[in-house]
Design a binder for this molecule. Sequence first.
Ligand code: AKG
Length: 253
Amino acid sequence: MPFVQPEYQLSRADVDFFVANGYLGPYAAVTPAEMMGIRAKIEATVFKTDGPNPRRPMQSRHMDQPVVYDLVTHPAIIDRIACLFGPDIVIWTTNFWLKNPGGAEIPWHQDINFWPLEPPVNISAWIAIDEVTTENACLQIIPGSHRELLPHTRAPAEMAIHEMVAPTAYDADQAVNIELKPGEFFLFSERLLHRSSKNTSDKRRLGLSIRVTLPVVHIFQNTAHLHPGHTAILAKGKDVMGFNRYAGRPPST
Ligand SMILES: O=C(O)CCC(=O)C(=O)O
């Protein structure tokens, strides 16, 4: 593929694995040492300021923090997604996932149940800012579960999101734990069943999800999910459709 850097090129077997299983990876975007520096900047900026969405301070910080913009547009991530989605790549939102010790369970769900996209097409990259292990509540996924859309019901109040897939709808014995070193990420479909348990360790777990779609997809603003002033990133290629609103790298403060 002439539009990706050779070192990030996925093989046909990788593409087939993603299609069959709904996820792929892990891969490294940056080294653990590089992530130490990035993490320090995130802690000094994202954690200390309000973001663009007053209701969701951890959402879409690519809009106001250059350190986040640079990380989410890294070619190690975007070029691999381009091997699955083609040359025109849109990052429609980003979200930090902070799970402090004692942080609540996120129950089994399929992301597309919650999202303002039409048509519903997305690949997520989930990148580890801290080291992410089974102990501090890494993501768990069920390979192949993206092939069926499952109904969601109300989740118990103590959980971190309000809807979940009923336990009778999947086989939790098939779950795979995705442990990641700082700077590693994995890719998954908008329909892949995933969860994370309560963080019963004494270690914080911070990750960042990068949500990627195509120019043909409408990103609805002004919903429960996105703030009206929201802007996406045209991370690669071009958009000849003109449905969505983009912004570039935010200025350094
Ligand atoms: O980080 C977590 O625990 C959950 C993340 C998640 O559900 C997602 O990125 O879609």
